[in-house]
Structure formats: structure tokens, C-alpha cells
Design a protein around this ligand. Structure first.
Ligand code: GTP
Ligand code: NA
Ligand code: MG
Length: 303
């Protein structure tokens, strides 16, 4: 943990906003793939996480994106997204305007002191009124640069691919202007589980975001009260990767149980240590539940 060991890492950007305002479509357009068509009912069920390369000016820059659901039932996921992020992109549909989950997303970003970029989406639609969005958002402390504020607004159409480059540039400019994006890649990995589920064929699968250090196949890992050995890591295209550096999201296969979304993870020297930490957390969880049945206790500390 020496200052010299710090290296530049890509910004982590969480895409938030009201249901159906176009978050997943925007990420699809950025990745030129089509996840949104395949989702159940077109509603994002899990937080997806992807890394993309973009060209800004002459430079190639990596950006990590985390997708979140807009549905009102998913408040906790948006809060977790905001807490593991460097920048929030708030997507607002220009025909629909500011809606309850727009406001909630802004509140999460502001509570986490995360800079906001506003993507005013669906400008291709009839009735789209991007200036009205700027006016509405002044009530929430987001003042557009053209009105003397310091929030970047970019009018886009995720469907038609309009102004996507300008949005990526706004993200990179915001990152460069406001953030110190450095982490030590040389230590054992730490980070956060963004989402996790039990896969029929592969067992527990956790999407984790590496925040410090480098995560490698073979590492002993503990996340919340789950532990295991990283047997395989795959990216969003299901391609195997053998190591993941800071800001990299990866799917980890090898946990013996499913970690909780939002659990922090760390790599330890031996499987035995990982199991001990997990066991101790499970025991503490049981004791806490016994002592107080009123509320679930989250155990973040590691001793
Ligand atoms: P949740 O994850 O359910 O909160 O929704 P979302 O914000 O991810 O929205 P999604 O990307 O699923 O898009 C919702 C609908 O809006 C889909 O039918 C998209 O095709 C459509 N849509 C998204 N962006 C645009 C756009 O720029 N223009 C138009 N006309 N339609 C769009
Ligand atoms: Na949707
Ligand atoms: Mg979505």
C-alpha cells in the first residue's frame, strides 16, 4: 500500500433512472449488442456490469458500466450501485420527464457524493422536450452548464445512436475533472459483489467489481458469509479471463454458497482462512439474529 504502487484505473459508472427510460438500451448501444431484447418483459432483473473501450480525442479509454433496474422494488440495488460507483449517469426520457425513480436515483448519487452526468434520452420521440428536463432538474440541484451550473447534460437517442460519443466524452471529462482514479493492482484483491445467483450448471455465480488489487483464478475468496476458491472467471461475453485488475467487473465461479448483493469481498492466503472468516460471520449473524430479531444485521468488518 505505497503511493508508488497506485496506478490509473477506469471510472466505474452506474446508469440509473426511472423504469423504461432507456438505461439498458443505452448500454446495449454502447456495447453494440442487444441484451435488452432478451430480458424478461424488458425489465432489468439483475445489475449487469460491463467494461467498454471508447475513443476520446486521440486516446483509448476504458469505462466500466453498471446497469441498474428502474423498477420501484429495486431501491436497495440502486443504493448499492451508487455506493460502488465513481460517476452516476442519470437517464431521463425526454418525453416522460422527471419521475419518482429519477428523483430517487439523484438522491442516491448525492448521498454517496458521486458526480452526476444527465443523459436526456429518447430525443427521437414525438413530444420530446430536453429543455424541460433541464428545468425540472434544477429543483434537485442539477443545473446544466448552459444555465450557469456545473452538471453536464447530453441529449441522446439510445435507439438511434445519437450523441453517444458526446455522452462518453462527458463521462471521461467528468472523471478527469473531479476524481482521483487510482488503485494498487499489486495487492490481494478487494471489492464488492454486485449481484449473485445460483446457476443450474455452474453453481453460485457472483458478479464482482474489483476495487483494489488483482483477482486471479485460484484465489481463495470470501464475500460476506460466503467463501470459496475462484475456479473460473468470465466476462460479460462469457469469455474466460485469468486476472481482473481494479474497476474490472467479472463473474466468479467457485463460491460454495451465494454471496449477498452488496457484500464486500476480499482475497486471503488460504482456503482455510476464507472458511474461518465466513464461518465466524455466519455464527455472528446467528447470534445477532438471536439477540435481536427485529432487524437483519450486516457484518462488514473483518477481524
Ligand atoms: P428498466 O431496466 O426496466 O428500468 O428499463 P430501462 O431504463 O433499462 O429501459 P430499456 O432500455 O429497457 O428501454 C425501455 C423501452 O424504451 C424499450 O422499448 C426501448 O427500446 C425504448 N427506448 C430506449 N431508448 C430509446 C430511445 O432513445 N428512443 C426510443 N424511441 N425508444 C427508446
Ligand atoms: Na425496461
Ligand atoms: Mg434496464
Amino acid at each position: 500500500g505505497d503511493e508508488d504502487d497506485l496506478e490509473f484505473r477506469p471510472p466505474v459508472v452506474t446508469v440509473m433512472g426511472h423504469v423504461d427510460h432507456g438505461k439498458t438500451r443505452l448500454l446495449d448501444t454502447i456495447r453494440k449488442t442487444n441484451v435488452q431484447e432478451g430480458e424478461a418483459g424488458g425489465i432489468t432483473q439483475h445489475i449487469g456490469a460491463y467494461q467498454v473501450v471508447t475513443e476520446v480525442g486521440e486516446q483509448e479509454r476504458l469505462i466500466t458500466f453498471i446497469d441498474t433496474p428502474g423498477h420501484e422494488a429495486f431501491t436497495a440495488m440502486r443504493a448499492r450501485g451508487a455506493n460502488s460507483t465513481d460517476i452516476a449517469v442519470i437517464v431521463v426520457a425526454a418525453d416522460d420527464g422527471v419521475m419518482p425513480q429519477t428523483v430517487e436515483a439523484i438522491n442516491h448519487a448525492q448521498a454517496a457524493s458521486v458526480p452526476v452526468v444527465v443523459a436526456v434520452n429518447k430525443i427521437d420521440k414525438q413530444g420530446a422536450n430536453p429543455q424541460r428536463i433541464r428545468q425540472q432538474l434544477t429543483d434537485y440541484g442539477l443545473i446544466a452548464e448552459e444555465y450557469g451550473g456545473d452538471t453536464m447534460f447530453v441529449d441522446i437517442s439510445a435507439r438511434q445512436g445519437t450523441n453517444i460519443d458526446a455522452l462518453l466524452e462527458a463521462i471521461v471529462l467528468t472523471a478527469d475533472a473531479t476524481l482521483d482514479l487510482r488503485a494498487n493492482p499489486k495487492m490481494e484483491a478487494q471489492g464488492v459483489a454486485i449481484e449473485a445467483h445460483l446457476d443450474r450448471g455452474r453453481g453460485p455465480v457472483a458478479t464482482v467489481l474489483v476495487q483494489r488489487g488483482t483477482l486471479r483464478v485460484g484465489d481463495s475468496i470470501v464475500a460476506g458469509d460466503a467463501y470459496g476458491r475462484v475456479r473460473r472467471m468470465v466476462d460479460e461475453f462469457n469469455e474466460d479471463i485469468i486476472e481482473a485488475t481494479p474497476s474490472r467487473p467479472v463473474q466468479v465461479i467457485g463460491f460454495t454458497s451465494v454471496p449477498g448483493a452488496g457484500d464486500t469481498f476480499l482475497v486471503v492466503d488460504e482456503d482455510r482462512v476464507a472458511r474461518q472468516i465466513a464461518d465466524r460471520r455466519q455464527a455472528r449473524m446467528r447470534n445477532a439474529q438471536f439477540a435481536s430479531r427485529r432487524k437483519r444485521v450486516s457484518l462488514e468488518d473483518l477481524d
